[in-house]
Design a protein around this ligand. Sequence first.
Ligand code: PMP
Ligand code: GLU
Length: 401
Amino acid sequence: MKLAERINRMATSSTFVMAAKAQELKAQGIDVISLSLGEPDFCTPEHIKRAAVEAIDNNFTYYAPVPGYMDLRKAVAAKLKRENGLEYNPTDILVSTGGKQALCNVILSILDKDDECILPTPCWVSYSEMVKLAEAEPVFVPCGIEDGFKLTAAKLRAAITPDTRAILLCSPSNPSGSVYSREELAALVAVLEEYPQIMIISDEIYEHINYVGTHNSIAQFPSVKDRVVIVNGVSKAYAMTGWRIGWAAAAPWVIKAAQKLQGQYTSCTCTIAMKAAQAAYEGPQDCVAEMLEAFRRRRDLVVRLASKVPGFEICVPDGAFYLFPKCDSLYGRKYMANDGTEKIIGGSDDLAMYLLEYAHVASVGGDAFMAPECIRFSYAASDEALTEAFARIKAAVMKLY
Ligand code: PMP
Ligand code: GLU
């Protein structure tokens, strides 16, 4: 018996692996502070939950059309107009089971075997695995802390080959928290204008968690808009990770293709969650602003605390809820393990495991994000938990020799 090569080639999602490890230790009664999986720690707002209950009571329990209820697609198109100044027809929106499925639908729809997809790194764990699933080639372009973890026009130009078919941008970024300004996007657009064959996938799932101003979408540049695919959803903005609603907005030929794919392997997504998502977009937006303020306070707190950890170099995140310190100066340091043997921190995964076992703080090593010099901490946790976590991290790092 054998598994398919596409599965053998695929890495397991490290974010969920670390979350599961933290859970295992917690089940053993160990007080683990989990800063691994990135998800808002807030409850879904009450009016959104009510909409779901009403959806059940009103029997929205049958299959919906493959691309989602038209009312939700209209609510998403209205959001794009209201918040981003972008015109999309409701039929240009495909609702999927999370932004994750929306991304995967699009990648499988536009990339062929051996096509290249540019991934500026650090990048989120799932991009490269989705590109590989399409039998295409991820082309990693390292963008270090000295560039604020952002792609420059020069690096983009250097990465383009005749096989380049797509680029995947994420702003605000997971894992670095960096946010592209309008000027930075304009510089990338100027290069992309020369290459009309390149599709631009823009992951905007952290749109509302932005500490430096209003969100800029690359789709706002008319010269490239018709080849931008926006991927977004309700998980992060409305604390709805478990509801699994995301969407893609793009030109009709992309949406139709992604819809065909989705129609064969998931049909529509959950009808009750779609009704809740519609309430999220159409209801009061104060909840979004309130969560943003809490994230901003925590960002300031973790930046202050992590700056005191010897060996951590911090790039202050402008968005999302991750801190991504550069920590490679700690590699090569040693510690005395509980079994009495001397162990060495060989890289970011070792550091993440050391912090889990000896500080009881779960994080995710930078290897998973193609940035082995860094480590990721989600700060979507209470102020108390964050304060305690960084005290433990500092103490554990100070024990390294
Ligand atoms: N893109 C990025 C960068 C993310 O961090 C996430 C969250 N895991 C997603 C997309 C997808 O989120 P969801 O499937 O919950 O909508
Ligand atoms: N976005 C979160 C993270 O990166 C959720 C986990 C995932 O989907 O990978 O931790």
